[in-house]
Design a protein around this ligand. Structure first.
Ligand code: COA
Length: 151
């Protein structure tokens, strides 16, 4: 899976949602909730990345919450500075624009933090990123920083 590059100086605007889903930055006491969610729905490696992203002030973790329930998350500056990810949405909540909302909100946060570009490390759904944030593949980026990682 290649890394992708995203220009942050021409991001699409954040569209208001027409439902009860709130996308907001997480706070430190919510770390266990997000890490447990990442481990339960995805992997222990992703839970580790979430924990690292929570160590920043403010935490580099955005969440999608509906009626007190966590539906998805996205991190930045977890494995490397300037990296977006990991991100994931609970299977039952997919296809409602939540992944795109988390992506756009997190990329805007990275722009506000001073980055001009974000890197999506070892991107799985390349088409999703191309479509929602103008991501392009970085030549020669496979395997990238995750090559040889222990699981
Ligand atoms: C990728 C992910 C976060 C998207 O979340 P989501 O809430 O379903 O996304 P949205 O509803 O905002 O957008 C869905 C759109 O993206 C498209 N999409 C989803 N996965 C895709 C993929 N693998 N390749 C291309 N397009 C994809 C859908 O077809 C859909 O298109 P539509 O708007 O025309 O219906 C979610 O599928 C997920 O958690 N996947 C598993 C974890 C993962 O791969 N994370 C990314 C690691 S780099």
């Amino acid at each position: 899976m290649p890394d992708l590059l995203v220009p942050l100086y021409k991001l699409p605007a954040q569209a208001p949602r027409g439902d009860a889903v709130v996308i907001r930055r997480a706070i430190a006491p919510e770390m266990h909730v997000v890490c447990d969610f990442a481990e339960r729905h995805f992997s222990r490696n992703w839970a580790s990345e979430c924990a690292v992203a929570f160590a920043a002030r403010p935490p580099g973790v955005l969440m999608a919450v509906e009626e007190g329930k966590l539906l998805g998350f996205a991190c930045y500056d977890a494995t490397a500075k300037g990296f977006f990810g990991p991100t994931g949405v609970a299977e039952a909540a997919r296809g409602r624009g939540i992944g795109a909302g988390l992506l756009t909100t997190t990329l805007h946060a990275m722009w506000q933090a001073g980055y001009a570009y974000a890197v999506i490390g070892a991107a799985g759904p390349v088409g999703f990123y191309e479509r929602h944030c103008g991501a392009i593949e970085i030549p020669g980026s496979e395997p990238g920083i995750y090559g040889g990682m222990l699981r």
